[in-house]
Design a protein around this ligand. Structure first.
Ligand SMILES: [Fe+2]
Length: 233
């Protein structure tokens, strides 16, 4: 039965399955019983509401957050957040986190034998403007090994979290880089059904580059519907 109010449900085949055995963590964490669809009520479809004023200082440049400039290749990552009908979504909180140029996270759990950068925490946030646009300046993340299988390496990626206009438009995903040879070997990327996984690969955008400063990658994000950006990875 359709929800009396609220958003359309996810379109089958556009989202990664809870269980994808090649991605070992999903074996333990995936539900063993059928999930229950909870009806959308006003609580789920009317908030939270974000504005630049409510979020406070905007940390959208990860290269100026510390005393010195971080090491690595400076890049622009930008795009537009849209709803299921292609309309821009203003006032969306966009958060990102990532490893540094050497492939190490600024986090105590990450004990990868690669150097930390004291000038790069890898965390930032922004709020979309009236056109649904967001823009970050950051460092291109490195690949890093992980214990999923023998000699497993994650392709370079940036984690994203978005709060759309309501709780049911929350989206957590990963952005990848075009032409990365590790994409074909990554169980997380390949756990997303094709062709939806291609929506996770950013595109090089010459028009957004900053001369003498930074190359640029466009990553548009669709919160719901048939062209929805895959979430939950
Ligand atoms: Fe990661």
């Amino acid at each position: 039965m359709p929800d009396p109010i609220g958003y359309r449900r996810e379109v089958p085949g556009t989202q990664p399955p809870y269980l994808h055995p090649d991605y070992k963590s999903t074996v333990k964490r995936s539900p063993t019983k059928a999930t229950i669809a909870v009806p959308h009520t006003l609580s789920e479809v009317t908030g939270p509401l974000w504005t630049k004023e409510r979020v406070g200082s905007i940390a959208d440049d990860l290269t100026v957050q510390d005393k010195e400039r971080p090491l690595g290749e400076r890049i622009v990552v930008a795009g537009r957040v849209m709803d299921e009908d292609g309309r821009p979504v203003p006032n969306t909180l966009v958060e990102l986190w990532q490893c540094n140029a050497s492939g190490r996270y600024h986090h105590p759990v990450d004990q990868h034998d690669a150097p930390l950068d004291p000038n790069f925490t890898g965390r930032g946030h922004a709020v979309t403007d009236g056109n649904g646009d967001y823009r970050f300046v950051t460092i291109k993340p490195g690949a890093y090994p992980w214990p999923n299988h023998f000699n497993a390496w994650r392709p370079a990626h940036i984690h994203f979290s978005l709060f759309g206009p309501s709780f049911v438009t929350r989206l957590v995903t990963q952005m990848f880089f075009p032409g990365d040879p590790l994409l074909a070997l990554d169980p997380i990327f390949n756990g997303v059904p094709a062709p939806a996984r291609d929506l996770l690969v950013s595109s090089f955008d010459l028009g957004m580059t900053v001369p003498d400063t930074a190359l640029a990658y466009r990553f548009d994000i669709v919160l719901r519907g048939r062209a929805a950006t895959p979430t939950g990875i």
